[in-house]
Ligand binder design. Structure first.
Ligand SMILES: CC(C)(COP(=O)(O)OP(=O)(O)OC[C@H]1O[C@@H](n2cnc3c(N)ncnc32)[C@H](O)[C@@H]1OP(=O)(O)O)[C@@H](O)C(=O)NCCC(=O)NCCS
Length: 193
């Protein structure tokens, strides 16, 4: 049984070679409203994401996120490039177990895709979950068609558990569910894969 306690501690700033992951802030709303409502960002996300995206979509979501964080239920990081405080994407982490089977979400500005940046962000958040929060495992999901997201899980050492139907913004599809144990992550293929 996974041992994951709430309330979570305050969200820390995490640094990587090219990124600073800092706690999400209210004043990130304009950047999110500008970047998030793009087909490359939303198409593989769950159909709960409103689409077409309303003009107040980012503000509404921000209010939800800040309330969840205040209750100690979830952590939300703004992904920024070193040297600029501007939000370019987001990565979220929350407790759960083999019944809820989902602990993480992320998205990145399409202009920055394909440079290994989300792998870098995922590694920092995973290290925090395993080595600071002391969680024993993470459950992770993606649309089967989402090659970038599935590759990040493979590189992190996750094991595919099953494939089930789900509905995405782009329509019906298949959801891959993965389990990443701390031990498998420590032995991960990473960039050597
Ligand atoms: C999924 C997403 C976060 C990946 O971010 P990224 O920074 O481009 O990913 P990386 O550059 O770290 O790539 C990680 C691996 O996936 C591969 N990859 C990335 N995009 C890919 C694509 N479209 N097709 C195939 N492989 C892809 C990379 O080549 C890399 O593997 P490699 O090291 O073996 O070459 C990004 O595409 C995104 O924001 N998508 C929209 C939101 C989303 O789908 N979020 C995930 C929901 S589960």
């Amino acid at each position: 049984m996974t041992e994951m306690r709430t309330p979570l501690p305050p969200t820390p700033t995490l640094e990587t070679r090219r990124l600073v992951l800092r706690p999400l802030r209210e004043d990130d709303v304009p950047a999110i409203q500008r970047i998030f409502p793009q087909w490359e960002v939303v198409r593989h996300l769950n159909a709960q994401v409103p689409w077409p995206y309303p003009d107040d979509g980012a503000a509404t979501n921000m209010a939800d996120c800040l309330a969840q964080r205040a209750r100690g239920e979830k952590m939300f990081w703004a992904i920024t490039l070193r040297g600029s405080d501007e939000l370019r994407g987001r990565i979220d982490l929350w407790p759960g177990d083999e019944t809820t089977r989902d602990n993480r979400g992320f998205w990145l500005d399409p202009r920055l895709h394909g440079q290994g940046l989300m792998f870098e962000a995922a590694e920092a958040v995973t290290r925090y979950a395993f080595e600071v929060l002391d969680w024993p495992e993470l459950w992770l999901t993606n649309a089967q068609a989402n090659q970038g997201s599935r590759r990040i899980k493979e590189k992190q050492g996750a094991q595919l558990i099953d494939v089930t139907p789900n509905v995405y913004v782009s329509g019906p599809g298949l959801r891959e569910t993965w389990r990443l144990t701390r031990e498998a992550w420590r032995a991960r293929p990473g960039d050597r894969a």
